[in-house]
Write a protein that binds this ligand. Structure first.
Ligand code: DOR
Ligand code: ZN
Length: 353
């Protein structure tokens, strides 16, 4: 069943979900939860807080703080994750599944990205946890980059696929895996070569931009994210995958807010804050590909199908009504600069859905 209705100027689709999101914690939730809940019915919430979410109890408490931050009149369901460490116990996986609140386990190679210091140092240390995940039907969500400092930053995803992911899927062919925020043709080809227990999320920033946007004519810290933006041939492969209609590719924004000072710094943090215009920008991408008819599957169907959850029943409207993105938003005691700050966004979310 589809809710899709399309003209040049307006589309209606089943309400989407965000299958990869950073909300942060504390006062920041006021901003981040509102932006996501205005657009998405559900989101998979990443566990890379300080300290990371490594237990069912911590996930339950974090979820309660998120629920408290949902603005009145909106409904939103945070789907929680556990952060995989070298010493997470297999029994925590069973407890996670029994809690009904935790949907997946997130694997960060130690040192790969923001707050990943407690991540996995060697995948073989997690085999007993992975085996329990297979028994419990719980997917493993991968930050797919190697951390070896000798590997060029632009090659780290491809290297991860060859050295970690390919052997892992051969060892555990039944494991459900999401390769998160893919950035290369190598990742697209890998997922396409696998059965449908292997899927990938694609961010809107990796569809919109390539490394020229980050580096040509000046370094733009607000385009710095991990995995880093790649060359335009890889961007093209992602565009093809997202609009292909394949059920193995679905929406995950990886919206990752940081305070302005921590981005505009001599050692800036990785992350692009796309939540305040995420579905609007995906619409812009799909329109540019002449593939608006493929947006609903990518944004609203293939994610819940992969996770075995019901598709949303309600719908959203998007109209071709240009608007200007704010320059910044309040974020804790500071501010966060969003994607397209001060610039025009061509699609607008309808007021009624
Ligand atoms: O750009 C990113 N930001 N990539 C990640 O993997 C982590 C995220 C964050 O938490 O800031
Ligand atoms: Zn992320």
């Amino acid at each position: 069943m589809t809710n899709a209705l399309m003209t040049d100027q307006s589309i209606r689709i089943t309400q989407p979900d965000d299958w990869h999101l950073h909300l942060r914690d504390g006062a920041a939730l006021t901003t981040t939860v509102a932006h996501t809940a205005e657009r998405f019915a559900r989101a998979i919430v990443m566990p890379n807080l300080k300290p990371p979410i490594t237990s069912v109890a911590a996930a339950r408490d974090y979820r309660a703080r998120i629920l408290d931050a949902i603005p009145q009149g909106l409904s939103f369901e945070p789907l929680m994750t556990l952060y995989l460490t070298d010493d997470l116990s297999p029994d925590e996986i069973t407890a996670a599944r029994e809690s009904g609140l935790i949907i997946a386990v997130k694997y960060y190679p130690a040192g790969a990205t923001t707050n990943s210091d407690s991540g996995v140092t060697e995948i073989s240390k997690s085999y007993s946890v992975i085996e329990r995940m297979i028994d419990e039907g719980m997917p493993l969500l991968l930050h797919g980059e190697v951390t070896n400092p000798e590997i060029d930053i632009f090659d780290r995803e491809q290297c991860f696929i060859d050295e970690v992911l390919d052997p892992l899927t051969q060892r555990y062919p039944e494991l459900k895996v999401v390769l998160e925020h893919i950035t290369t043709k190598n990742a697209v080809d890998f997922v396409n070569s696998q059965k449908d227990n292997i899927a990938a999320t694609i961010t809107v920033h990796h569809l919109l931009y390539n490394r020229n946007d980050l580096l040509a004519g000046g370094v733009r810290p607000h385009f710095y994210c991990l995995p880093i933006l790649k060359r335009n041939t890889h961007q093209q492969a992602l565009l093809n995958a997202a609009s292909s209609g394949s059920r193995q590719f679905f929406l995950g924004t990886d919206s990752a807010p940081h305070e302005q000072d921590r981005k505009e710094s001599d050692c800036g943090c990785a992350g692009i804050y796309s939540a305040p215009a995420a579905i609007e920008l995906y619409a812009e991408v799909f329109e540019s590909l002449n593939a608006l008819d493929k947006l609903e599957g990518f944004a609203s169907f293939f994610g819940p199908d992969f996770y075995g959850l019901p598709r949303n029943k309600n719908s959203i409207n998007l109209t071709k009504t240009p608007w200007t993105m704010d320059q910044d938003f309040q974020f804790d005691n500071s501010c966060v600069i969003p994607i397209r700050a001060g610039e025009t966004i061509s699609w607008q979310l309808g007021k009624d859905s």
